[in-house]
Design a protein around this ligand. Structure first.
Ligand SMILES: [Mn+2]
Length: 286
């Protein structure tokens, strides 16, 4: 199992963070990827984890801070992802998030239910759950690109000497641990669970992997994205954000980005729904 995904040095890359079972936003990002394929024929799509585990709430019970209403469709997201991966071999990729990890050896998450892993697998039934786990087992832990970008699910807070530390990381055997315990597990703990990384720690992580900056999600940024220091950008493409503020990242894989400051609003940092407006919303900011 390849824990490190190596992206090529050519083509366009579309990056989507935490969907948490939102099928509508999943369809929208596929539309964006399909447009790129139609335009240049050389595009890649990367999901940075937490594609699954959304709320099962009625619209009346929906808390406003979660953004636009949706109902969890985790099973459909993974089924459609697997079809998309077969349709575009080697072009559609995903990283493990802490929510996927729960199904393939990690501690069970408890964001919207006491045991979201059990809830989803029961909903899917044994056969479909096994099919989902097989898709999730192929997800990488980290992605790197010659353009300088490094991709993780959580913050780049892990201490690694080289890319080998990530290639050798084991994901299995953490079922009985709690998220608190796993945060202390070297390499995978911070990569899957950390919400922030000190600039010097992030800098060392990114350099150890031959990159210049790191793109990740895991946390919700209500404005859509946040740049931290010279090496980090936290991106919210879907979960917990209003449509008008959802952003995705588009990179030129043939370029070399010197730092996170080379990412520009309107070029690399793009709105998922360019026409969405919301009274009182701030929209994406430079
Ligand atoms: Mn997460």
């Amino acid at each position: 199992m390849a824990r490190v995904l190596r992206l090529p040095d050519h083509g366009r890359l579309i990056v989507c963070t935490d969907l948490q079972g939102c099928l509508r936003d999943f369809h929208r990002i596929i539309e964006i990827f399909d447009d790129e394929m139609d335009r240049g024929g050389d595009a890649h799509l990367l999901f940075t984890g937490d594609l699954i585990h959304g709320p099962h709430l009625d619209e009346l019970d929906w808390p406003e801070f979660l953004g636009e209403y949706y109902r969890d469709a985790s099973g459909d997201v993974i089924d459609e992802l697997s079809v998309l991966m077969r349709r575009h071999p080697g072009r559609v990729h995903a990283l493990v998030g802490n929510h996927e990890h729960g199904h393939i050896g990690g501690p069970h998450t408890a964001k919207f239910a006491a045991d979201e892993v059990a809830v989803l697998e029961e909903l899917l039934g044994a056969e479909r759950a096994e099919r989902m786990r097989n898709v999730l087992r192929d997800f990488a832990l980290v992605a790197v690109a010659p353009c300088g970008a490094v991709f993780t699910h959580g913050a780049p807070a892990a201490t690694v000497k080289s890319i080998r530390d990530i290639e050798e990381a084991k994901l299995e055997g953490f079922e009985i641990g709690s998220p608190i315990d796993i945060l202390d597990t070297p390499v995978i703990g911070p990569i899957l669970w950390a919400r922030s990384a000190a600039p010097d720690v992030a800098s060392r992580f990114v350099k150890a992997l031959g990159g210049t900056f790191c793109i990740y999600g895991h946390d919700v940024i209500p404005e859509g994205f946040e740049i931290i220091g010279d090496e980090q950008i936290v991106v919210s493409t879907s979960f917990g954000v209003f449509d008008s503020n959802k952003v995705y990242i588009a990179l030129d894989l043939g370029k070399r980005y010197r730092s996170v400051h080379d990412l520009r609003v309107g070029h690399e940092i793009l709105p998922l729904y360019p026409d969405a407006t919301l009274p009182g919303a701030v929209g994406i900011r430079a």
